[in-house]
Design a protein around this ligand. Structure first.
Ligand SMILES: Nc1ncnc2c1ncn2[C@@H]1O[C@H](COP(=O)(O)OP(=O)(O)O)[C@@H](O)[C@H]1O
Ligand SMILES: [Mg+2]
Length: 262
């Protein structure tokens, strides 16, 4: 199961990516979490101390030069060794800090983009593990070839018109790229929230309430795991994976049904 998480800034994409990755890992599935955002907050959301979060691949100029070249760009660089070389391994959960495909800055933006895309395509097409990609905002930077290998797109929104309008916009762009398997997650939603009639919204997979256990911790720690309200989070993760699985039944993928052990 390979999923990408998109949505307007601040809606909870990184938080949800961490939750789903952690859930799958606790269900015994080898899972890779890819931080493809400029903000690079997935590592800290998992509770990693700053010193154990590697710098993003997008800033590793010598590796980029080594694989992609300098000036003459090799569009199919060798990347198969990179996931294991660059990951942070947390049991079943692996974190890969790539940085933003869109925001690859500095002197070698094209080279950096070529390497990021090649690595994403490798993870999507040639690896069988679960993969969750935390995106910048939308999917437009992924490109048609990359997006075709994503099983499903999770679009996160808050219960606000603007956030849902962005969700609908992202859904439309993703569908244009061929990514039609989509699920909407309404985050920080009061119980019983009704969706406004905004054309183009994907089907709602689940609503997740504002979690007091997370809000209370915010000032003290960026970690979003090990919450006292983890049962609510796990229920949400199951609903999302089931929504994707219903749509993905033909792939033979089956969402973990059982309650995780710990
Ligand atoms: N359901 C929730 N309840 C309480 N706090 C939440 C919830 N979802 C997200 N947050 C908090 O909201 C903030 C923004 O979330 P984040 O995942 O970083 O958003 P994004 O990646 O979309 O920019 C974080 O501090 C996160 O811990
Ligand atoms: Mg984020």
């Amino acid at each position: 199961m390979k999923l990408a998480v998109a949505g307007k800034g601040g809606v909870g994409k990184t938080t949800l990516a961490a939750w789903i990755g952690d859930y799958l890992a606790r269900c015994g599935r080898e899972t890779w979490l890819v931080d493809a955002d400029t903000a690079l907050s997935l590592g800290s959301a998992l509770g990693l101390p700053p010193e154990s979060i590697p710098p993003p691949l997008v800033l590793d100029e010598s590796l980029i030069r080594e694989r992609v070249g300098n000036g003459f760009i090799n569009l199919s660089p060798e990347v198969s060794d990179l996931p294991e070389r660059l990951r942070v391994c947390l049991g079943n959960l692996n974190l890969l800090v790539m940085g933003s495909v869109a925001g690859a800055g500095g002197g070698c933006a094209c080279e950096a983009n070529a390497l990021l895309k090649a690595l994403l395509v490798h993870l999507l097409l040639e690896r069988s593990q679960c993969l969750i990609v935390d995106l910048e905002a939308g999917v437009e930077h992924l490109g048609r070839g990359t997006v075709a290998a994503v099983d499903g797109l999770i679009i996160v929104a808050e219960p606000s018109w603007r956030s849902l309008a962005v969700a609908a916009q992202i859904a439309g762009m993703a569908a244009d790229l061929g990514l039609v398997r989509q699920a909407l997650v309404l985050n920080r939603a009061p119980e019983g929230t009704l969706l406004p009639d905004i054309p183009g919204l994907p089907p709602l997979a689940t609503s997740i309430p504002l979690l007091s256990s997370l809000s209370e911790r915010q000032l003290a720690s960026p970690c979003v795991l090990h919450l006292s309200q983890r049962d609510i989070v796990d229920r949400g993760c199951r609903a999302i994976l089931n929504a994707m699985t219903d749509q993905a039944a033909s792939d033979g993928w089956c969402a973990p049904q059982s309650q995780p052990l710990r």
